[in-house]
Design a binder for this molecule. Structure first.
Ligand code: ACO
Length: 432
């Protein structure tokens, strides 16, 4: 359109000028649409780590990193965290609107009806070594789901996409708990569909066939909150991985398994486990200054785990919510003498006053506190990232569905700046 804003890119090497449209969504900065840049000017753009690249249009989650704002479908995370249930948020993220009572009731029933896993999947689980990390099991078993549900993996069929999303949201807790049971050598517990989503997960984690177990309300409430906070976060590494995998038409189970693999890294979802490892390594508040100095030393690879975020440069709104809840949960569970929490608070206090962290806008992120709550709930460290994956599955399936429903979908295919050898001739092995 004649009056739409544009951006002109001038190639000083040859004087050519090219004009590109500036596109705006409903919130957030504009983006220069350079999709025709290479065709028109013969050059690529270079943006390692996607520091300034929007990879898609999306209507699911909005983040303003400077203001510390996080919205799911327009609703502030603070309101959802205080008032919604996790499955209500799942419905919102997936379908775009908050459900009414009837819709929520039906959705809960559908999800709970899909919680069982195929009996043969249990044999699959048994194939893992006894001390396999639960994330390794999760990654493998979720990927293998496509072998069990090949009746509904036509990704071009909207109803099949919905069924696959329901199955993934429903079965992730069952697989996650099963991976833990396998890890500790206890029998697998079948889901109980009379329980709510989070209570059922706690039951599958902590019940045994030889004793009654009733999930505590405090634990259920804490899980509900943590799952809501972790449910989605725009185009982060794992969500972008799911989108990239899905852009080739791969089945949803394989795409979510790819997301789980990406989430596992300590710079992403693996940070919650790494925070607790770090706090244990620090050991005592007296050692905090030594570790702060190490985090600032460019020759030392040590980083303060749970600090910093690619997008939030003011504060992480999820961390603010979780920090308060952390106090409450520890007090209610009579675990308020948890030395790791004191250590975390001291680390946070010193880091927030330190010029290095202030200058770089490095604030505690959501994972700085989540591990402490999980630990207080009796959830072991090796399960922290699994918990994250369980909650984020809702975001992943929402993004995958949004992408697959878009008629403009194209395979994701970045380019590169090549630094290898120029063309050269093959040399027979006897002459090398
Ligand atoms: N400790 C010490 N220094 C840090 C930290 C940290 N945790 N995070 C960033 N920095 C420094 C960097 O060394 C760099 O310093 P420089 O400008 O002097 O070179 C500067 O801050 C900018 O850091 P980048 O690595 O460029 O920031 P980026 O946006 O690429 O990375 C990330 C963000 C990966 C989250 C990073 O802050 C980090 O590694 N944090 C620790 C791991 C973590 O907590 N991850 C969880 C993220 S949240 C989530 O996934 C749910």
């Amino acid at each position: 359109m004649a009056n739409d804003p544009t951006v002109t890119i001038i190639n000083n090497a040859n004087g050519s000028r090219h004009e590109y449209p500036l596109k705006f969504g409903s919130l957030g900065p504009g983006a220069i649409d350079i999709s025709s840049l290479y065709r028109e000017s013969g050059v690529f753009t270079y943006d390692p780590g996607f520091m300034a690249t929007a990879s898609c249009h999306s209507a699911i989650t909005f983040i303003d990193g400077d203001q510390g704002v996080l919205l799911y479908r327009g609703y502030p995370i603070e309101q959802l965290a205080a008032r919604a249930s996790f499955l209500e948020v799942a419905y919102l993220l997936y379908y775009g609107e908050l459900p009414d009572e009837k819709q929520l009731g039906e959705f809960e029933q559908i999800i709970m009806r899909h919680t069982m896993i195929n009996e043969n999947l249990k044999d699959f689980l048994d194939g893992f070594h006894y001390d396999a990390h639960p994330m390794a099991i999760l990654c493998g078993v979720v990927g293998s789901l496509s072998a069990f549900y090949h009746d509904s993996i036509d990704v071009n069929n909207p109803r099949y996409r919905e069924v696959s999303a329901h199955r993934l949201i429903a079965k992730l807790p069952t697989i996650a708990a099963a991976s833990y049971k396998h890890y500790i050598g206890e029998p697998f517990m079948y889901p109980r569909n009379d329980l709510r989503y989070c209570a059922n997960f706690l039951y599958m984690m902590f019940a045994t066939p030889c004793a009654d177990y009733e999930p505590s309300l405090i634990a259920e409430k804490a899980l509900n909150l943590l799952f809501i906070l972790h449910a989605d976060h725009e185009q982060n590494a794992s969500t972008s991985t799911v989108r990239l995998a899905g852009s080739s038409g791969a089945n949803p189970f394989a795409c979510i398994a790819a997301g789980i693999a990406s989430l596992w890294g300590p710079a992403h979802g693996g940070a919650n486990e790494a925070v607790l490892d770090m706090l244990t390594e620090i050991g005592h508040v007296d050692n905090v200054p030594k570790f702060i100095a190490r985090a600032k030393d460019k020759d030392d690879s040590f980083r303060l785990m749970g600090f910093g975020h690619r997008v939030y440069k003011n504060y992480d709104p999820r961390a603010k919510i979780i920090r308060e809840v952390c106090h409450q949960v520890l007090a209610e569970l009579a675990d308020n003498k948890n030395p790791l929490f004191d250590l975390a608070l001291e680390l946070e206090r010193i880091a927030l006053e330190d010029e290095y962290f202030v200058e770089r806008k490095l604030y505690p992120n959501v994972d700085f506190y989540s591990g402490i709550i999980y630990q207080a709930l009796g959830i072991p460290r090796s399960m922290f990232t699994v918990m994250f994956a369980l909650a984020r599955t809702v975001g992943w399936v929402s993004h995958w569905t949004e992408m697959m429903s878009d008629s403009a979908l194209r395979i994701g295919r970045p380019r590169q700046i090549y630094h290898g050898s120029p063309p050269r001739d093959y040399v027979p092995i006897s002459k090398r």
